[in-house]
Design a protein around this ligand. Structure first.
Ligand code: CMC
Length: 431
């Protein structure tokens, strides 16, 4: 960040104030309003933070107009094609692509932390079998702070590192076990001879009764889903993790907060909601009815998997995901998948529709990921936990960046109070 010599001048009640303009490496400049209250006695108001930068960050860059997403400067489509998830994790966490030796060491550390404390099995058993797996994942991640005391001191760089590796390593086990618990099957323990995505699929779909071999095309597709979801700048769940972390809460508590925020259908829950919508539409001839509902101001219905706060051209992740969907469905021989047929037709119709064009509503990453996960055999309730698994590295990279930032302060927004003015308490008889 450079402090430019330029200033924005704000005139309030006849008095002018110069506010510094800050410049990053790419992307819009920001006006530093940190001193505004001191200077004017006034706050800024920006619901949804549509014009507010809450931090400096070196990790991820999005250009919503160009449809560009960069992890540490590298375009997402290059990473999805040439890299793999654990290499991307290294990149997000440490800022550079690893050498062969660094990658081997990182993979070894992650692989050696995949088991859960055996006592956690009892913790799972406390949940109802019909609990949503996001409820289980949120609870178990939060409970990690009760099991791994030796990595909760945020002021110790080594403990932060151990917590980082533990979270990335254990999330697949936590999510797979949430799934196994929901279907009443025995937990499958992690296998250190398998790569990250293959191990996850194995823990989800193997049983102790027979050998289960994961198809490498499905592993690759799973790995790509992880890569595409690994980080996404200051989205709602990442901002939640940063806000929770700003109070110096331990990393497991912060990531559990991120999981909770991700669950909502406007954010990570959209992949589940999108596939359920595609199934509800059922056949392409019913699409016009749903398009009409999406446009109707009096109907709260929205086309799930469409629209994004930042992308106003296209979502680069959706492009890669669409190719993956074709590959996976081709492999599984499900060319006639009704959800995919509806998805393709819906995309076509919506992209030609004036309402969607004028509001710049394009398919987002969740539009195709659900179709892939469904074809792999995951129930819709597992879609959002898989998103949480993949996003954990982004959350932890952003959390570490915040903790290591010397200007970090507790996050504490202010408000425009619109409630009652001071008044005296009235006894109940007099009300
Ligand atoms: N279907 C129909 N209309 C929509 C949709 C949609 N999916 N999304 C936005 N609009 C309309 C909205 O009604 C509004 O119209 P108007 O200006 O006439 O009031 C306009 O477009 C702008 O919408 P907004 O809600 O102000 O935009 P936002 O930036 O606050 O919301 C969003 C972004 C992603 C929450 C929203 O587009 C949405 O609800 N999409 C469906 C849910 C979804 O797919 N979410 C996943 C996002 S990508 C993965 C992730 O980040 O987790």
């Amino acid at each position: 960040m450079t402090k430019s010599e330029r200033f924005a001048t704000l005139t309030v009640d006849g008095k002018s104030h110069d506010l510094p303009i800050l410049t990053g490496t790419v992307g819009p400049e920001v006006i530093d309003v940190g001193a505004l209250y001191k200077l004017t006695g006034k706050f800024t108001y920006d619901p949804g933070f549509t014009s507010t930068a809450a931090c400096f960050s070196d990790i991820t860059f999005i250009d919503g107009d160009k449809g560009e997403l960069l992890y540490r400067g590298y375009p997402i489509d290059q990473l999805a094609e040439k890299s793999h998830y654990l290499e991307v994790c290294y990149l997000l966490l440490y800022g550079e692509l690893p050498t062969a030796a660094q990658l081997e060491d990182f993979e070894m550390r992650v692989t050696r932390h995949t088991m859960l404390h055996e006592q956690m099995v009892n913790f799972y058993r406390g949940f109802r079998r019909d609990a949503h797996p996001m409820a289980v994942v949120c609870g178990v991640v939060g409970a990690m702070s009760a099991f791994y005391h030796d990595s909760t001191d945020i002021n110790d760089a080594w403990q932060r590192e151990v917590a980082t590796v533990r979270l990335i390593a254990k999330l697949p086990t936590i999510c797979a076990w949430a799934y196994k618990y929901s279907i009443g099957q025995p937990f499958i323990y992690p296998r250190n001879d398998l790569d990250y995505a293959t191990n996850f699929l194995h823990m989800c779909f193997a049983t102790p009764c027979e050998t289960y071999v994961v198809d490498p095309i499905l592993s690759r597709a799973m790995d790509r889903i992880f890569t595409l979801h690994a980080d996404h700048e200051q989205n709602a769940s990442t901002s939640t993790v940063r806000l929770a972390g700003s109070s110096q809460a331990n990393p497991f508590a912060c990531i559990a907060a991120g999981v909770a925020c991700l669950w909502g259908p406007a954010h990570g829950g959209a992949n589940q909601a999108c596939l359920e919508m595609l199934r509800e539409i059922g056949t392409p001839d019913r699409i016009p009815e749903y398009i009409a509902r999406a446009k109707d101001k009096n109907d709260p219905f929205r086309l799930m998997g469409f629209g994004h706060r930042v992308y106003k051209n296209f979502d680069p992740r959706a492009k890669v995901m669409k190719e993956s969907a074709d590959e996976v469905l081709g492999l599984l021989g499900v060319k006639d998948n009704p959800a995919l047929q509806v998805a393709k037709e819906l995309e076509k119709i919506a992209l030609e529709d004036e309402y969607f064009i004028s509001k710049k509503l394009y398919p987002n990453v969740d539009f195709y990921s659900g179709v892939i996960l469904d074809a792999m055999g995951f129930p819709t309730a597992m879609f959002t936990p898989i998103f949480a698994l993949a996003r954990t590295v982004g959350w932890i990279a952003q959390w570490k960046e915040m903790i290591e930032d010397p200007v970090q302060k507790i996050g504490r927004p202010r408000q425009l109070y619109t409630g009652a003015t001071p008044r005296n308490y009235t006894e109940v008889e007099a009300r």
